[in-house]
Write a protein of this length. Structure first.
Length: 276
């Protein structure tokens, strides 16, 4: 599902942002992370700052607002050493880029899956990205490490929101994929896990990784009442708590692997038997 097309005749102000985020579950002290299409909301009076301040109004003095601040887009020339936490732009949308450049913003120092944030816990959220607890991931073993903003969002049970976009754009899905790989690797002797991990592949022709259809998963989470929905200007605003996003998705993937995964990954799971 592509980002929604906004209606420029519809105007959005701080109070509507506050009310809409309260309607999907924001409470005082919350950390809120969003994926977004800025244009989908219509005309935002005051620009991106109106969105940030509205979310902070919904989450109170102790609140924090965050967004993915990804720089790496898969181009061969985008090597990790070229990433600059202060100046490298993010490609994931105008609102995310505006949050990165906001004078109040902190950004985690990770070349592929940085997070930017403002608010009471912004510095804490973005600190020491990848400093420990490495985990399997398509791009970097440190991207979704236990010491990272992504797993802090899980530990804090942050409100995970989507403004004018579907869960197709959910970065947390890659943390879920890595967790699934870890759980499979945990079934074989520790001495052989690196060998088995090395047989996974991100090669476009011979890809072996537990990718799944996140829009189909969105429908299931909504059917269970976990994904709340309202309007924000001309956009659909959806939100879910991060713990059920991760835990329920993992449970569904584990319960019906043949429904969610490509044969190549299912074959990899079966191949783990030879390491036992």
């Amino acid at each position: 599902m592509e980002p929604e097309k906004g209606d420029s005749a519809v105007h959005v102000g701080k109070e509507q942002v506050r009310a809409s985020f309260r309607a999907v579950g924001a409470v005082p002290g919350d950390t809120v992370i969003f994926h977004s299409s800025f244009k989908s909301m219509g005309t935002v009076d005051g620009g991106p700052t109106t969105i940030f301040d509205g979310v902070l109004a919904a989450s109170g003095p102790g609140g924090t607002v965050a967004a993915p601040s990804l720089w790496y887009s898969g181009k061969p020339e985008e090597t990790p050493d070229l990433f600059n936490v202060k100046t490298s732009p993010t490609y994931v949308g105008a609102l995310a880029e505006a949050l990165r450049t906001d004078h109040r913003s902190y950004r985690s120092n990770h070349w592929s899956h940085a997070v930017a944030a403002i608010g009471a816990r912004a510095r804490e959220l973005t600190a020491r990205h990848g400093a420990g607890g490495e985990r399997p991931a398509p791009w970097s073993e440190t991207a979704f490490a236990r010491v990272s903003p992504w797993w802090r969002l899980y530990e804090w049970n942050a409100l995970y929101a989507f403004i004018g976009v579907s869960m197709r754009f959910c970065t947390m899905k890659h943390a879920i994929e890595g967790q699934l790989v870890m759980e499979h690797l945990a079934t074989i002797p520790a001495a052989r896990r690196a060998e088995a991990r090395a047989t996974l592949s991100m090669d476009r022709v011979h890809r072996i990784w537990p990718f799944y259809n996140s829009e189909s998963m969105q429908a299931e989470l909504a059917a269970e009442g976990l994904l709340l929905q309202t309007r924000l200007g001309s956009a659909t605003l959806r939100a879910i708590r991060t713990r059920p996003l991760v835990d329920v998705t993992l449970a569904k993937l584990q319960a019906e692997p043949s429904r969610w995964f490509q044969p190549a990954f299912l074959d990899w799971v079966a191949s783990l038997e030879k390491y036992r």
